[in-house]
Design a protein around this ligand. Sequence first.
Ligand code: 5GP
Length: 203
Amino acid sequence: MKREKGLLIVLSGPSGVGKGTVCGALREHDTHIRYSVSATTRSPREGEQEGVNYFYKSKEEFERMIHEDELLEYAQYVENYYGTPRQYVEEMINKGHDVILEIEVQGALQVKETFPEGVFIFLMPPDLKELRNRIEGRGTETKELIDNRMSVAKDEIDLMDKYDYVVENDEVELAVERIKAIVTAENCKKDRLIHLYKELVKE
Ligand code: 5GP
């Protein structure tokens, strides 16, 4: 299929909705989609690995990255910084690979300013009780942090309107299928392709 550049896919949704799990499953299904690893100042959770889950940075290192314009977007979330290293994303897209960013809403809105042609997907839990259960079930956060995450989650859901698609994560496999369908459809969008096909007619 013809393509010039890859898609920039932004996946957001409230903390605990299962973005990580869905992204992981998506990567297993569709090895063409590249996953952007974020930088963060939060400490690694048990089992997380440098360069796989995040690039773990000190506050000073993160602020240096901001000042040197090394981040495509960044946000402060609960008590930490999170940001997307620019170089990897730009390189992949320019080579024609689709790239997925799993980021919170403030960052997604910044990406929308610079990449309006991106595909913005909001992942929703079936209900909010389920969300709290999932955050608690992780067992990694204190009660205060869980309350903070729940309050941020509600604010995030208010911003769903800024996204192009809503995908419910009732079951991981179903959510993955819906995202794959969106990516396929977006890759066939006439506005992304028409100039390439018009070239054929000219020849
Ligand atoms: P967690 O601490 O649970 O790994 O992530 C907290 C929130 O930060 C999640 O909503 C996650 O999607 C978001 N996040 C992860 N990486 C980035 C990033 O590079 N930029 C922004 N803006 N948010 C991120």
